[in-house]
Design a protein around this ligand. Sequence first.
Ligand code: URA
Length: 238
Amino acid sequence: MERLDKLLSSTGRWSRREAKELLRQGRVTVEGRAVLRGEEKVPEGAAVLVDGAPLTLERMVYLMLHKPAGVLSATKDRRQKTVLDLLPDHLKRVGLFPVGRLDKDTEGLLLLTNDGELAHRLLSPRKHVDKAYYARLDGPVGEEDIAAFAGGMVLEDGTRCLPAGLEPVGEDGCLVTLREGKFHQVKRMLAARGRMVRYLKRLSMGPLRLDEALKPGQWRPLNGDEMEQLGIPGEKGE
Ligand code: URA
């Protein structure tokens, strides 16, 4: 049994206050009966409709976050701030998790969802989903570094990397494109070439590009085009 207002806001579509308003307007039915009070308890599996549409269809949430530096890519931590702490309360209760991890000091694109199947598709090592990063370094990269990345590097500890893209940007920057996501991979590959990463930002993951209108710490639901590119059927999202 769960309170109806809590159940509505747990979908991520409405805050608790908005859910109360929906109820007040008589737009919510439970087993065919309009319910006006948010405190009313709903048995598990009961047919809850909002404006005639079943609630269950709206449970998947997909958010694009511009992760700021200094925040963990985790759902909870006893001491440190996590990416979920950047969301409003009603979105903290819908089971969101980050799709893959960025280091604490890395900024940029992070997808937050409660769609485990999509996460699996994007993260599975066999799918080779491209991830692009901008890195600022302690010096320039050259032709030999580009060739080493393209040839598939072996890191100091013996880890084998798939061929990766490396493109110089300006005096001390570069674009790195990976088809996998090993621990600290960008930093370790560049370290193996004698370069230190001073700043790192993820720009894209598969078809998803960081919306430059989002400042670090800001987020928005994925739009229809992005959902389609990711192969998410129907009109879902926040
Ligand atoms: N590679 C890294 O080294 N760090 C990240 O956060 C992501 C990729």
